[in-house]
Design a protein around this ligand. Sequence first.
Ligand code: 2AM
Length: 197
Amino acid sequence: MRRMAIRSFVALELSDEVRERLTELLKRLRQTNAAVKWVEPENLHLTLKFLGGVPEEQIEAIVEALRTIAQATEPFPFTVKGVGGFPDLRRPRVLWVGVEPTPPLMRLQQIVEQAMERLGFPPEERTYHPHITLGRVKAMVGLEKVRAILNEYIGVTFGSVPVKHMTLFRSDLSREGPTYTPIALLPLSQHQFSVGE
Ligand code: 2AM
């Protein structure tokens, strides 16, 4: 029998406030009718590590490794600011809003990357550039209007997201687009204040 592989990734979820601001921006971008596959608002997230197809029997070990990391990590915020494209905004394949690469975020990403490498997932060859993907360019047509809108947001802060947990998502691809479903939520450490502290 063929073993089931579950397409998965580790991510940080957005606050309602930031998601709403990005949803407004996406609404404007969609109206340009550019040949871009825009991300559905409920799918917006910050990826820490893309795992790809994971054998079902390995999921538990991944969840446990992530749980241990989360328990040793203090809650921290990340700031969503600015816009850009991969490889750049001139000829972009991916359009995104930026996330500030602050030490707690970069540390968490590195720890997750190393833990997943120990479980057999190859490390990224490219340096981690924290971003929230807004859309994937299908053809370089009608991008002038997209660029004009994005230019308004250079240096603009969309908000700060308090991170309280990491999420392991499964991704199911279909013709309509991906569906992301949480497999596990891993809460970050909670400092317990005792009386008199
Ligand atoms: P992206 O937004 O920059 O495309 C789910 O697909 C998430 O995993 C996305 O946030 C995606 O990043 C990320 N990811 C990283 N590497 C990927 C890959 N090789 N294939 C698909 N998604 C990848």
